[in-house]
Design a protein around this ligand. Structure first.
Ligand SMILES: Cc1cc2nc3c(=O)[nH]c(=O)nc-3n(C[C@H](O)[C@H](O)[C@H](O)COP(=O)(O)O)c2cc1C
Length: 199
């Protein structure tokens, strides 16, 4: 059976733990995961978890593999690498999940800016009709946030109290990653297209 290819992007909103738990859950389910991190995402990750994924893309890739137990189905691509295959509609992954999703990234996705690889893969997911799941983190939401959320196909709001992070939200984040992983398409998009008789 062909493995599902899922992109997980961690951006600079609070709640990086959701992204980490989601990657763990997807790897357990034998998905091929591409992990993208924005610059702010790495900074907030360090602030919230103490993880220092710094250095060159190669070094960061190694640190991530060490963290996730060497998962051979995990790859990391720099968010400035617009030449990565996943930036193209012909290599679109089965699903893209931005968790946590900053309001900045949500707004840029809603506007179709595609200024970095995270925004581009989200754009590709929308145009190729693949799953796009945003996990926005902001409270309260202003009118711009609400409008941006409406523009994107699907949003899974994160309702965890921010002040309570991280201890009291650990089980919530585990539950989130399990349910998000289980909402992913059960077969790769190529397979679905064939089954639906599309070219
Ligand atoms: C500790 C910390 C927590 C933050 N939490 C949030 C948040 O929950 N939601 C949000 O939209 N932005 C948050 N920000 C602001 C974003 O990091 C900032 O807007 C950044 O430019 C987002 O960049 P990105 O979308 O490229 O990751 C936070 C920043 C810091 C330093």
């Amino acid at each position: 059976m062909t493995m599902q290819r899922i992109v997980v992007a961690i951006t600079g909103a609070s709640g990086s733990i959701y992204g980490l738990r989601l990657v763990e859950e997807l790897l357990k389910r034998d998905c091929r995961v591409t992990l993208l991190t924005s610059k702010a995402g790495l900074e907030v990750l360090r602030y919230e978890t103490g993880l220092e994924w710094e250095g060159t893309t190669f070094e960061r890739r190694q640190l991530m593999r060490d963290y996730f137990g060497g998962g051979r189905h995990l790859e990391h691509v720099g968010s400035d690498d617009l030449f990565a295959p996943i930036a193209s509609g012909s290599s679109a992954p089965d699903a893209v999940i931005v968790a946590p999703c900053s309001m900045g990234t949500a707004g840029r996705i809603a506007a179709g800016l595609s200024g970095n690889l995270i925004e581009r893969v989200a754009d590709v997911a929308l145009k190729e009709r693949r799953e796009l799941l945003l996990v926005p983190r902001e409270t309260p939401l202003n009118a711009v946030h609400l409008e941006n959320r409406r523009s994107c196909r699907r949003c899974r709001p994160s309702t965890t109290g921010r002040r309570a992070w991280p201890n009291s939200s650990t089980s919530w984040s585990a539950r989130f990653s399990t349910t998000s992983a289980s909402t992913m398409p059960s077969s790769p998009a190529g397979g679905r297209k064939k089954a639906e008789g599309q070219s």
